[in-house]
Design a protein around this ligand. Structure first.
Ligand SMILES: Nc1ncnc2c1ncn2[C@@H]1O[C@H](COP(=O)(O)OP(=O)(O)OP(=O)(O)O)[C@@H](O)[C@H]1O
Ligand SMILES: [Mg+2]
Length: 242
């Protein structure tokens, strides 16, 4: 349903993506993996309309996304949880969530959307009136995800969900994401440095290096591929895998 075809993307004169192609099917979880500076966030920003696509195209069903303004892309059903969360610390949890209901359609269903988001993320309900800056790291990530969900997307882009969070919190969050994916038929594009986590959640994965896709495949096969393990999972992960 969301198809990126052969895109080149630049920051000014500096090219950041070369010939990147990637597909997310209806209701699918797809992982984009790669080390620092590989181009993962750039892919996310290109889909969201925050960066210009110089070559290639991005299609959502039969709608061409590249060239559309970012708010229009949200209206079409694509929402991003940015790297670093970017919540508003001085605003309450509820106010942060309301910011996410930015489209006309989302404003109409706001109450209903809030209710199901609160069901998935109960700490947000309990702390609705609290300032967002007082939340724990995990709760702030819940809030960033919740805010993105307030626009009732068909595709959710999550940039570095697990960064800086404890393993227990990450486990909890990934369970909720998988629940929302199943129950609300939400497609998810996950950008992660934690390759094992991402591949265990996803059905397919892509690996990026220096602005290019260098490998892709079935997530479970990638997870047990010795070459990928050796190259990208490192010693710590091998120990974890036993
Ligand atoms: N605002 C910017 N201006 C210029 N170059 C940028 C900018 N943002 C990113 N880049 C460059 O584009 C390339 C891809 O960066 P990107 O942020 O997409 O990587 P990433 O895979 O998300 O890395 P990380 O894991 O650190 O988040 C890098 O070479 C980076 O230096
Ligand atoms: Mg990034």
């Amino acid at each position: 349903m969301l198809q990126i075809s052969n895109i080149d993307v630049y920051y000014g004169d500096i090219q950041a993506l070369w010939d990147v192609s990637l597909r997310i099917g209806d209701g699918e979880i797809v992982a984009v993996l790669g080390s620092n500076g590989a181009g993962k966030s750039t892919v996310m920003k290109s889909i969201s309309g925050l960066l210009k696509v110089r070559a290639g195209h991005i299609d959502f069903g039969n709608i061409r996304l590249d060239g559309l303004p970012a708010h229009h892309i949200v209206e079409l059903g694509i929402s991003m949880v940015p790297e670093g969360r970017r919540i508003f610390p001085q605003m309450s949890v509820l106010e942060n969530l309301e910011v996410g209901a930015s489209t006309n359609a989302a404003r109409k269903t706001r109450q209903n959307t809030l209710e199901w988001i609160y069901e998935f993320f109960t700490p947000l309900k309990l702390r609705a009136k609290q300032k967002a800056g007082t939340l724990s790291g995990g709760e702030q990530q819940m809030l960033a995800i919740g805010r993105a969900l307030m626009s009732v997307p068909k595709v959710l882009l999550i940039d570095e969900m697990s960064l800086g969070l404890s393993p227990i919190v990450v486990q909890e969050l990934s369970g909720v994401i998988q629940g929302i994916n199943k129950l609300r038929k939400l497609a998810v594009l996950l950008v992660e440095q934690d390759i094992e986590l991402a591949l265990s959640m996803a059905s397919r994965g892509y690996i990026m290096e220096n602005g290019r896709i260098v490998d892709q495949g079935d997530a479970k096969l990638m997870l047990c591929n010795p070459r990928i393990k050796e190259t990208y999972l490192g010693i710590g992960a091998e120990e974890k895998a036993g």
